[in-house]
Design a protein around this ligand. Structure first.
Ligand code: NAD
Ligand code: IPM
Ligand code: MN
Length: 376
């Protein structure tokens, strides 16, 4: 298949991990007979430096034409003055809103070989397999803001439409998994959470085959550490999802491991060639990691697994997505490992090990199809 992928490396380690993910996608294209065209654009702090705005019009237009967008990270100390008129993160938020990618899927699995890196006891990490579905284009992130000399406000607003579409997506995803949905809110205090909860209760009637529970976010933060294997799909609003998923990354062993896919309604793509019809934005959940940026030591696994999600959700290439995931699993098990995982390998060494493992999967694929042709 042909696909047009826009890359937005962004700031700090963003460019380092995105380059590794692109190398993996190029390898997939070569081994499985696809043609992926890449187009790189500026976003975040680098874009502010170059043209004064964090989401230049040319970047947004390219993303709107693309089949999928792969992003590294934005932000950093250079642009973090609390009085700065514009920040890199605004570019990312504007992009998410403009693409309408309201459902942010953040899968969490704990690789047994990494369980020792987690602060939790190993036995608690057995069978941890959670899919967080974070609402991404509403809530306090996008409400009106005010600032005076001695006060500031961030409005947190949700409409039923905004809640219902992400909740329905979470129910659908639960149907493809263990059919358990946990909705996380703060309905004992927040009006937006009470609207959230009643919307979940109403929508649940359409999914009688899915078990639903409601959990307040403060106790959820605790339960995620004490009983992580209890959860299947967890749906929550924007800010709670941001915080809970960084917490979840600690269970996996490093923030550098977790990928994400941000999706809107199906058929949002400009391309008639896409099998899924879903244009998506794909990014690791970590940030620009200023403390290690420029050293070539960032863990590229979150970015590479985000590329696997791109293959699955936007390009409909399930076999290829699984091959990338299996290659990553092999590298996590046998090494080399980056510093955050207790190893000493740099970004490029981890990338190269994933490419070698991927080639083995691709040759199994070719041997199988050669066999099919010979028999047919
Ligand atoms: P961060 O995720 O950048 O870093 C937190 C810690 O995790 C650091 O110690 C860092 O070294 C480590 N880490 C992160 N990614 C890693 C990787 N791939 N390999 C190894 N270690 C890794 O969070 P922060 O320091 O709170 O934020 C820094 C900047 O990043 C801020 O400007 C923030 O707004 C931005 N940010 C951007 C995104 C994004 O673009 N999607 C996400 C989160 C934070
Ligand atoms: C993330 C990041 C972003 C968020 C920031 C950089 C705007 O933390 O993708 O998790 O809060 O959504
Ligand atoms: Mn975050």
């Amino acid at each position: 298949m042909k696909a047009h992928i826009v890359t937005l490396p962004g700031d700090g380690v963003g460019s380092e991990v995105t380059a590794a993910a692109v190398a993996v996608l190029q390898d997939v294209a070569e081994h499985y007979g696809h043609h992926f065209a890449f187009e790189q654009h500026a976003i975040g702090g680098g874009a502010i430096d170059a043209c004064g705005e964090p989401l230049p019009a040319a970047t947004l237009a390219a993303c709107q034409r693309a089949d999928a967008v792969l992003l590294g990270a934005v932000g950093g100390p250079k642009w973090s003055d609390p009085n700065a008129p514009v920040r890199p993160e605004q570019g990312l938020l504007a992009l998410r809103a403009a693409l309408g990618v309201y459902a942010n899927l953040r899968p969490l699995q704990v690789h047994p070989a990494l369980a020792n890196l987690s602060p939790l006891k190993n036995q608690k990490l057995k069978d941890v397999d959670v899919l967080f579905v974070r609402e991404l284009t509403g809530g306090a992130y996008f409400g009106a803001k005010t600032r005076s000399a001695d006060a500031a406000t961030d409005e947190c607003k949700y409409t039923v439409t905004e809640i219902e579409r992400v909740v329905r997506r979470a129910f659908e995803l639960a149907r493809g998994r263990r059919r358990q949905l946990t909705s996380v809110d703060k309905a004992n205090v927040l009006e937006t959470s009470r609207l959230w909860r009643s919307t979940v209760q109403r929508v649940a009637a359409d999914y009688p085959d899915v078990t639903v529970e409601h959990q307040l976010v403060d106790s959820m933060a605790m339960l995620l550490l004490t009983q992580p294997s209890r959860y299947d799909v967890v749906v929550t609003e924007n800010l709670f999802g941001d915080i809970l998923t960084d917490e979840a990354a600690a269970l996996a062993g490093s923030l550098g491991l977790l990928p994400s896919a941000s999706l809107g309604d199906p058929s949002t793509s400009a391309s008639p060639t896409l099998r899924t019809g879903t244009r998506g934005l794909y990014e690791p959940i970590h940030g620009s990691a200023p403390d290690i940026a420029g050293q070539g030591v960032a863990n590229p696994v979150g970015a590479i697994l985000s590329a696997a999600l791109l293959l699955r959700h936007s390009l409909g290439l399930e076999e290829e997505a699984q091959a990338v995931e299996a290659a990553v699993q092999e590298v996590l098990e046998h090494g080399p490992r980056s510093r955050d995982l207790g190893g000493s390998a740099g970004t490029a060494a981890v990338r190269d090990a994933v490419l070698v493992a991927l080639e083995q999967h691709a040759s199994i694929h070719h041997a199988f199809f050669a066999g099919v042709r010979a028999c047919g």
